[in-house]
Design a protein. Structure first.
Length: 307
């Protein structure tokens, strides 16, 4: 397809560009506790230890009230509810206290306290704490960057089903952090994360199939994963699936769907998408353009996106 110049970037989405990596997971080797390194064997034992509150019914009520306050974004009240439970050794409360120190929710940001409480929760088997503590090492937040420690913590979280940890492990394999580049390993982790609902992993898996990186090149599979990510609002995926519909690459050529996805990508600021829409519109009937806009409007309504 001629006309506007394309910029179908082959870059994958990474942990830094995926801004919801940390915030989307809150309500939903070894580990360090403070400056102490907990040996893997000890950690394995701690993961199975059940720490009970003195009054279980009170514990449940306090956790519930803390969660309700957190979801209302009443972080001060949430922190007050979680704090006494964390002191007693409740892993879920320890996670929230650490996460709130990490993000300055209801309390001033304090990375030392964040690492301490996340480390305690991780030692008791909390997968979200493992991930967020790992992310601190991965990004060098409050501690020197340590990819080996980050990978170990991400792996522990991934074994417990934490999909976002699987996504970052894929990113580490792709970029060659803590070892050589491993595209096959990256694709495997992206696939797991994609199946766990991580939209950025769906996009990245599409890129891997589109270029044959770590998997056999397959445009049909690329289109499938780009479409899944596009449906979840990833702008670059909307752009990529739009181009594929325009060219009939991996899918049947369909200017209506191409224009729909490209217009959605353009509305989200995706580079070159608006120019591609103009190029497509010149080849389409007024009826086809109207249908594309109708479909785009329906997608926005169903996804809760602004026009």
């Amino acid at each position: 397809m001629g006309g506007a110049q394309r910029n179908p970037s082959t870059k994958i989405l990474n942990a830094n560009s995926y801004k919801s990596t940390r915030n989307s997971t809150a309500s939903g080797g070894a580990v360090r506790s403070g400056s102490c390194r907990i040996p893997t064997g000890v950690l394995a034992i701690l993961c199975f230890v059940s720490i009970m509150c003195a009054a279980p019914s009170v514990c449940r009520a306090s956790i519930t009230s803390g969660l309700q306050a957190y979801r209302r974004r009443d972080y001060v009240r949430a922190f007050r509810a979680f704090a006494p439970l964390a002191i007693r050794g409740n892993a879920r409360a320890e996670f929230f206290i650490g996460y709130m120190y990490l993000n300055g929710q209801g309390v001033a940001v304090n990375y030392d306290e964040a690492m301490k409480w996340l480390g305690r929760a991780a030692a008791r088997g909390n997968a979200k704490a493992m991930f967020h503590l790992g992310f601190m090492y991965y990004a060098g937040i409050g501690t020197p960057c340590d990819y080996a420690e980050a990978e170990h913590l991400f792996s522990m979280a991934a074994r417990r089903g934490e999909a976002i940890a699987e996504f970052v492990l894929g990113q580490m394999r792709y970029e060659g952090k803590n070892g050589p580049r491993d595209y096959a390993g990256a694709a495997a982790w992206f696939r797991k994360a994609a199946k766990g609902g991580i939209a950025a992993a769906m996009n990245n898996l599409g890129v891997m199939y589109q270029h044959g990186w770590g998997v056999e090149k397959n445009q049909v599979e690329a289109a499938k994963w780009f479409r899944k990510a596009a449906e979840r609002g990833i702008a670059v995926s909307q752009y990529r699936i739009g181009l594929m519909y325009a060219d009939g690459d991996g899918v049947g050529r369909d200017y209506v769907l191409a224009f729909m996805w490209l217009s959605l990508a353009a509305a989200r600021g995706q580079k070159d998408a608006a120019a591609m829409c103009e190029s497509l519109e010149a080849k389409m009937s007024d009826k086809e353009v109207a249908r594309s806009k109708e479909l785009a409007g329906k997608w926005r309504k169903s996804s809760g996106s602004r026009p």
